[in-house]
Design a protein around this ligand. Structure first.
Ligand code: SAH
Length: 204
């Protein structure tokens, strides 16, 4: 997976490649789908949700340019896999999940793999961020938003980086937003298709 799906497609950050080599992705996949654990696409985890394609998890993590000192907020825990990857790259991760059963699934997967040392799963609507522990050096949003939620921008440190898919329900661009000296800049990393953000900052 790391060689054929990530390195070959241009993921260069050695820390991202190492993290994804080491974390057992199959432990984050429902039992009946484990044979697909290293396939090149998203996999259903129940409740209409998916664990993202490995390349997308790698790209988002790489775009955040983590060095190991950061506190990271993830919106949309799903299986907990991306949170585990972020946990290997940063100091601390808080990941918020709106579906209670998936929050429990992520928590259990992170515990079983020993990735829960610096990763905590919180139940709630992450479209509002998680104010109790803000601000965050980096924010990764794993569900597509109609617009960048203002709470997330507010809860981002200066300097700080956020990766978020923004667009319509069917097509989005993965935006990488940088806050620096009070300025907000953004670039498009790729086109993408994520499951929709739910809750107050999602689609009505
Ligand atoms: N990062 C996950 C993939 C998540 S898929 C992984 O590696 O497996 C997107 C997830 O976002 C789903 O679990 C969905 O339930 C969750 N979600 C959608 N809207 C949300 C919101 N407003 N707050 C928190 N989680 C949300």
């Amino acid at each position: 997976m790391v060689e054929t799906q990530l390195a070959k497609r241009g993921i260069r950050d050695p820390r991202v490649l190492d993290a994804m080599s080491e974390i057992p992705r199959e432990e984050f996949i429902p039992l009946e789908a484990r044979v697909q654990a290293y396939s090149d696409g998203p996999i259903g985890v129940g409740f209409g949700q998916t664990i993202s394609q490995p390349y997308m998890t790698a790209l988002m993590a790489a775009c955040l340019e983590l060095s190991g000192t950061e506190r990271v907020l993830e919106v949309g825990s799903g299986s907990g896999y991306a949170a585990a990857v972020l946990g290997a790259l940063a100091r601390e991760v808080v990941t918020v999940e709106i579906v209670p059963e998936l929050a429990a699934f992520a928590r259990e997967n992170l515990r079983r793999t020993g990735c829960d040392r610096n990763v905590r799963v919180v139940d709630g609507d992450g479209g509002w961020g998680f104010l109790a522990e803000a601000p965050y050096d980096a924010i990764s949003v794993a569900a597509a938003a109609p617009d960048v939620p203002s709470s997330l921008l507010q809860q981002l440190c200066d300097p700080g980086r956020m990766a978020i898919p923004v667009g319509s329900l069917d097509d989005q661009e993965l935006q990488v937003i940088e806050k620096h000296e009070g300025r907000i800049d953004s670039r498009v990393a790729t086109l993408c298709r994520f499951v929709p953000l739910r809750g107050g900052e999602g689609w009505r």
